[in-house]
Design a protein around this ligand. Structure first.
Ligand code: NAD
Ligand code: TDX
Length: 342
């Protein structure tokens, strides 16, 4: 019998990582997944509570910047694939204080790459972002477009992205880099636009819309993002970058009005507030490269956004403690550093 493929998913307790782990177990029977996550404010083991009793799912609380724990994982589990989702991910926080962003999104990538150099892997997938290109007035960025990150978050992600490439170029590590648009779906921390606005609307709180609300984002359903990552892992060319677009560009004011419509609330809840400093105007990706490999989205925006809004409306128990701060105190006690919940 062939050996089960072993995936190390870093940052797997966060929004996209937890969706990806669910996707893996739904798609494959015979795999093992090691989730290495530091459990920052954004990491939530509840996102994976349905896997608690699955012997092929191992959660390890730890930091990707800690080479000791990373090396131990390589020695003990001999992974085939590593998918690096772990990051500080919120632009507004990076404007407040960039230190953790530089540490995790750059140095953390270095630690993972060094372990890969030492122990080997079949694939190292670096999850990068559309933000590394910066803002674009018209047209779309291709993978060949120059990088021009405009905030500390995207600058640190650009560092991780290019460091991963350098380990392909210099040491022939089997690296593939993906750059996706804004994701939406279940389990997204309620600080990002969609979950913040849906949950505020439900609580009849104002929806703080930055500036004139005319900035444009391209929305990608997280489940389509997961299939695209897996597609790139299995079919992508080493050392290459793949854009993953949503194909659903809209102004922030448009999506805000749609959220109010879907939650049955009035537009008077919209509260224009001061703009984000250095706010990127528009993100847009050309995704023909990944599509030419054969990948396609499975979900239509309107269906997926309805499902997403419905998920937050049904799952108050998930987001209420996050908004109240209860959650952090609870998990700090529950999972001390280094805890393995194998
Ligand atoms: P998230 O903030 O929801 O989750 C990040 C996870 O990483 C959390 O579980 C957190 O605990 C963990 N983490 C943070 N620092 C860590 C460290 N030092 N060691 C181990 N774990 C650590 O983020 P997300 O929205 O799920 O994004 C996942 C990845 O996808 C990030 O790399 C992000 O840059 C990228 N991305 C996100 C989007 C988006 O729209 N959310 C779009 C494109 C790319
Ligand atoms: O309260 C808000 N009001 C508002 O108008 C928030 C939180 C956001 N916004 C605006 C800013 C952006 O134009 O909405 C847009 C989306 O904001 P975020 O949800 O913070 O996402 P963004 O800054 O676009 O970055 C996201 O996409 C790329 C993710 O957070 C990143 O991790 C990813 O790399």
């Amino acid at each position: 019998m062939s050996k089960k493929k072993v995936y190390v998913v870093t940052g797997g307790a966060g929004f996209i990582g937890s969706n990806y782990i669910h996707f893996l177990f739904e798609k494959y029977g015979q795999i093992k997944v090691i989730n290495l996550d530091k459990l920052t404010y954004a990491g939530n083991p509840e996102n994976l509570s349905s896997l608690k009793n699955n012997p092929d799912y191992v959660f390890i609380k730890g930091d990707i910047c800690d080479s000791k724990i990373v090396n131990q994982i390589f020695e003990e589990y001999k992974p085939d694939y590593l998918i690096n989702f772990a990051a500080e991910s919120h632009v507004d926080r990076s404007i407040g204080d960039a230190e953790d962003f530089i540490r995790t999104d750059m140095y953390g990538v270095y630690v993972l790459l060094e372990a890969t150099r030492k122990y080997g892997l079949e694939r190292f997938i670096q999850i990068s972002t559309d933000e590394v290109y910066g803002s674009i007035e018209s047209g779309s960025f291709t993978e060949e477009s120059p990088l021009k990150p405009g905030n500390p978050y995207s600058a640190s992600k650009s560092g991780g992205d290019r460091l991963a490439y350098s380990y392909f170029n210099t040491y022939q590590l089997p690296v593939i880099i993906t750059r996706a648009s804004n994701n939406y779906g279940p389990y997204q921390y309620p600080e990002k636009l969609i979950p913040l606005f849906v949950t505020n609307a439900m609580e009849n709180k104002p929806l703080p819309l930055y500036g004139d609300g005319k900035n444009v984002r391209d929305w990608l359903y997280v489940k389509d993002h997961c299939t695209a990552i897996e597609y790139a892992l299995k079919n992508g060319k080493l050392g290459e970058v793949y854009n993953i677009a949503g194909g659903s560009e809209m102004e922030n004011i448009e999506i805000t009005k749609l959220i109010l419509q879907l939650t049955g609330k009035k537009e008077s809840l919209i509260k224009p507030v001061a703009d984000r400093i250095g706010h990127d105007w528009r993100y847009s990706l050309d995704e023909s490269k990944l599509k030419s490999l054969g990948w396609n989205q499975e979900h239509r925006f309107i269906d997926a956004i309805k499902e997403t809004v419905g998920w937050y409306m049904k799952n108050e128990d998930w987001w209420k403690p996050l908004k109240s701060g209860e959650y952090l105190d609870y998990y700090k006690k529950q999972y001390p550093e280094g805890t393995s919940l194998a």
